[in-house]
Design a protein around this ligand. Sequence first.
Ligand code: NAP
Length: 248
Amino acid sequence: MNLNLDRKIAIVTGGSSGIGFAIARRLAAEGATVIVTGRRQDALDQAVAALGGSAVGIAADVSRAASLAALYAEVQQRFGRIDVLVANAGGGVHAPLGQIVEAHMDQQFATNVKGVVLTVQGALPLLGAGASVVIIGSTASMDPGPTMSIYGATKAAVRNMVRSWVTELKGTGIRINILSPGPTNTASLREAFGAHAEEGLAFLTGRSPLGRIGEPEEIASAAVFLASDASSYIHGVELFADGGASQA
Ligand SMILES: NC(=O)c1ccc[n+]([C@@H]2O[C@H](COP(=O)([O-])OP(=O)(O)OC[C@H]3O[C@@H](n4cnc5c(N)ncnc54)[C@H](OP(=O)(O)O)[C@@H]3O)[C@@H](O)[C@H]2O)c1
């Protein structure tokens, strides 16, 4: 299977930490020039230093159209095109019905839904035939479980948008797929459980058919497959990298 990404220009939104950083590292290892984005410049600087080589960090907030316009203007000027776009920036806040906070709801929809729309739509002029768009979803799109209703709604919305976009992209040669991780070992997963991190991780581990949560590198392997020409006939799927959780 040819995962080679030599001479490819790849962007990973939210590439400064967690799953996005693991994907950026793997894309770079396969030969791509990788641009990572995020809001915090210090985190981007650290990520770029760790990625080495030709990696570039550009600060951008996916929830703001002007910020993404500035990002894509710079990418156009410096690189001229995008071959691989990984819309990864996102996150969730746990809250059961009765304790859902308006600000958290706005924040999750702004990043996970509006942010994905702006990220993909803004990139369109730079994407050509053969380009691959990978959107990071979540098993929460199918099975949000308790306290994840709003987060799950944002990820289900992405699934539905992609169903529409696949038909709208007809004739462009651009592929678009969703990669939906199950619970994955990142700092944000632990933080999401707050003081109950150990309890939360034990619950997720207990629910997993493979008996464990995933590692960011395992999500990155699937992302590189969807980014590369090895998946050239795969278009419009939601691929679950979740140890079987979405089937349980
Ligand atoms: N970890 C899991 O268990 C899990 C499971 C399923 C799906 N996912 C999904 O995987 C993706 C990454 O999650 P993660 O666990 O790796 O999270 P993470 O470690 O918190 O990383 C999130 C990244 O996104 C960036 N980001 C957040 N909001 C942004 C915004 N408005 N504009 C630009 N960048 C932004 C962050 O940088 P700044 O803060 O500097 O902006 C950071 O680089 C998310 O879409 C998440 O929903 C995660």
